[in-house]
Design a protein around this ligand. Structure first.
Ligand SMILES: *Cc1c(COP(=O)(O)O)cnc(C)c1O
Length: 370
């Protein structure tokens, strides 16, 4: 590392995404200000059409955030108290919380340690008479084995839900997340592949009736003003966020291509080295680039010292979170999820990361004493 000058590399930097399209973003929010219509207007309606088309499905309903998108799907499907929903043990806690908010019970499934995704084979072991749905999470931006899950859902009469919060722009056999299950929930949290300038989310589905129920539930249980058919919630996509998302959506493909290009350089630079990588997947949207080593904590501190800021997705699996003590799981119940959480860290990866920064990161890792 004597050869390279110290750099400061944030885990996430928006400038490579926002600066080149600043004029488009400014025009978007100005449009909303000029119209003075902030909820349930033209921007939301247009974004829903555009995003549904982008996903290759018929319907999109904006929501306040990704967690709400998922829980509205479950409630709209009639899933609630007494029901069980399969969820990966290593996902972000929101996937499980959506089930809890719907009143159902999350039943955790250990992922495959080579992909960090759950498989239909492992999921099948957890199906009971109470199971109503499988929530597959396209974790880190990689689409799960959806053909197998669709078959499993058919075999047991289950609903298939995609948590696509990390998978905007990913593909599997030419299809995009949202087009595989009965419905998918997206998050547009700022750091996601397609991010708003605040909280935002959406449900996509090919089922117009389900979409109508989600829309009603997210709008106080009302399809007509002041007529409330269900005890709904307030979770809508506001006009400002919708306008921003509309400005960004046309660039998503290019941003994901750039993520893939950077991931490729990491792959080439690290494959065969001391770090374990997940198996390669051409369709990955690379929300994160995780690497694994038993020396994780030492490596994390070392990279931090070099100015390279990494993230752990996620340091504590769901079954070991205090919030889910009630589920009665114990350490050792999900060995792959535990190993991933103890050994994984994700490298900076975003449009705007320079060749110099990438080389600096690779060089630092090569120089780390394992
Ligand atoms: C971000 C995320 C969510 C939640 O989205 P919010 O918009 O933050 O509510 C759900 N699931 C996964 C896998 C996520 O990464």
């Amino acid at each position: 590392m004597k050869s390279m000058k110290r750099m400061e590399i944030p885990y996430l930097d928006f400038s490579g995404i926002h600066d080149p399209i600043r004029a488009e973003l400014d025009a978007a929010w100005k449009r909303v200000m000029d119209r003075e219509w902030f909820i349930g207007g033209a921007e939301d309606a247009a974004f829903e059409k555009e995003f549904a088309a982008w996903c290759g499905v018929r319907e999109c309903v904006g929501a306040g955030n990704g967690l709400d998108a998922l829980r509205l799907i479950l409630t709209a499907m009639g899933i609630g108290p007494g029901d069980e929903v399969l969820v990966p043990a290593n996902t972000f806690i929101a996937s499980a919380l959506a089930v809890t908010y719907a009143g159902a019970r999350p039943v955790l499934v250990d992922p495959d340690r080579e992909t960090a995704l759950i498989t239909p084979e492992e999921a099948e072991k957890h199906i009971t008479e109470k199971t109503r749905a499988i929530m597959v999470v396209h974790l880190y931006g990689r689409v799960a084995e959806m053909e197998g899950f669709a078959e499993l859902a058919r075999k047991y009469g289950l609903r298939l839900i995609e948590d696509a919060a990390q998978a905007h722009g990913a593909v599997r056999h030419g299809k995009r997340p949202g087009a595989f299950g009965d419905a998918a929930g997206f998050s547009f949290y700022p750091g996601k592949n397609l991010g708003a300038l605040g909280d935002a989310g959406a449900v996509v589905t090919d089922d117009p009736e389900l979409a109508a129920r989600v829309r009603m539930l997210g709008n106080y249980g009302s399809a007509r003003k002041y007529v409330h058919e269900l005890p709904g919630v307030n979770s809508r996509l506001d006009e400002l966020q919708a306008a921003v998302l509309r400005a960004k959506l046309p660039h998503l493909e290019a941003w994901v291509a750039e993520r893939r290009r950077i991931a490729e350089i990491y792959e080439d630079g690290l494959r065969g080295g001391k770090l374990r990588l997940l198996t390669k997947d051409e369709g990955n949207g690379y929300y994160t680039f995780p690497v694994f080593t038993p020396e994780r904590d030492r490596l994390l501190a070392y990279l931090e010292e070099k100015g390279i800021h990494c993230q752990i997705y996620y340091p504590t699996p769901i079954h070991l979170q205090k919030a889910y003590a009630e589920l009665g799981y114990r350490r050792g119940d999900f060995p792959a999820a535990e190993e991933l959480s103890e050994t994984g860290l994700s490298l900076p990866l975003y449009p705007g990361l320079t060749e110099e920064q990438i080389e600096y990161i690779l060089e630092a890792i090569r120089e780390f004493a394992f």
